[in-house]
Each structure stands twice: as C-alpha cells, then as structure tokens.
Design a protein around this ligand. Structure first.
Ligand SMILES: [Mg+2]
Length: 213
C-alpha cells in the first residue's frame, strides 16, 4: 500500500486536536459572549444557548455553523474573535506535530473534517502550510456528517485516484469505513486503545509516520 499512497487525508477533531477546544467553543465561549453582550449571568446564557442548539438539532446543517449562531443570538462579536479569545485552550495531541512535519516532506496532505471551515482554519493556523486543501462536510457540501459521497467529492476535487489517498481518523464508521467504501485506503486512529491492534489500526500519529516513512 505504502508505495501507492500520494495523499494523506486527516480528520481534525480527535485526530489532530483534542475535542475539548471545539466543545468549549460551543458550550462556554459562545455563552460567555452572550452573557457579556446581554448583561446576563453565564449560567443563564449557557442554559439558553444549549436549549437553542437543541431546538435546531444536529440533523440540521445550521447547528454546525458558528456564523449562524452568532447571528441568531445577535452577537456583535464574530466567530473568529470568539475563537481567538479561547485560543489558549486549543491543544494539538503531542504526536501531531512530531508526525506531520516529516510526513509533509513526503506526501501531499489535506484535512477532511466534519467541523465548519472557520474552526478548521483557525485551529490549523500554526500548521496551515502543511495542508494543500481543506474539505469540510458542513461548509464545503452542506452535509451534516461524513458520507461515502463526501470522500468521492474529495477525490474528484483533487483529480486523484481514490486508492492513492490514505485517510486517517478517530471514528471507525465515519472515517475508517466510509472513506474505504469510496475507495480510499484508511487507518483507524484508536487513541483510546479500544480495539485490538490490527494492521489498519494505529494508536497515535507517530505510528502512522513509522508505517509510511
Ligand atoms: Mg474526529
């Protein structure tokens, strides 16, 4: 497989960065801003925001879009500014930087994520030069989740053979299986060590680097 791979496709949340940052954007930073701008308590703002998220629900693509929510809540502050205020909470896994730098010298790399484009672009800022393209299910295609078609779209956009792309992600279905169904190669990143270690399972990105270089 190794010799036929030209492009590495990475999931973002749970793969390159800890999920806590994205969770806290929705559950803490947006409510904090809402509390500040409306002059209400954080607890009240949080309760209100979470209830409003619930009303839209995660089957609706708007649920995933920061700009939809800042507008809906009438916030004067942009999503990017809110992301910036909590940038200190953003955290790459230690193996991310260690593995990506040498892989970048050898492979073209892309992001294929279910996060909205504003969040992706913000969190990869320090390593943006590593990535040739970014694909977001919600922002590029208006899909609420990764599908086989999302991966086929990536393939067409890159003008590459699907088998020359290796996708790596921490969701067994959405990353590992669906990309495979579209014809990609894939590795399941099992950071929690839930599965026995198989050929297609890795525990961290240094293992990926070791397999590929
Ligand atoms: Mg993930």
């Amino acid at each position: 497989m190794k010799s036929s791979i030209r492009i590495l496709s990475f999931d973002l949340v749970g793969t390159l960065i800890h999920p806590e940052y994205v969770d806290s954007f929705w559950e803490e930073e947006i409510p904090k801003q809402l509390a500040r701008e409306r002059g209400i308590s954080f607890e009240k703002a949080r309760e209100y925001a979470l209830a409003e998220y619930q009303k839209i629900g995660d089957n609706d693509v708007r649920w995933y879009l920061p700009a939809f929510w800042t507008k809906k809540f009438g916030l004067l502050t942009s999503p990017i500014t809110i992301l910036e205020t909590s940038a200190n909470k953003m955290c790459y896994y230690p193996d991310t930087l260690e593995a990506l730098a040498p892989l970048h010298d050898r492979y073209q790399m892309i992001i294929a994520s279910g996060a909205p484009i504003e969040i992706i672009e913000f969190v990869i800022r320090p390593i943006a030069s590593y990535f040739h393209r970014i694909f977001s299910t919600v922002s590029s295609l208006g899909y609420v989740k990764k599908t086989e078609d999302f991966y086929s779209h990536i393939c067409r956009e890159l003008g590459s053979k699907c088998e020359s792309i290796l996708h790596i992600g921490d969701d067994k279905i959405l990353d590992f299986e669906l990309s495979r169904r579209a014809g990609f190669n894939s590795y399941y990143l099992d950071r929690k060590c839930d599965d026995p270690l198989g050929y297609d399972t890795i525990r961290n990105l240094v293992e990926l680097r070791n397999k590929l270089l």
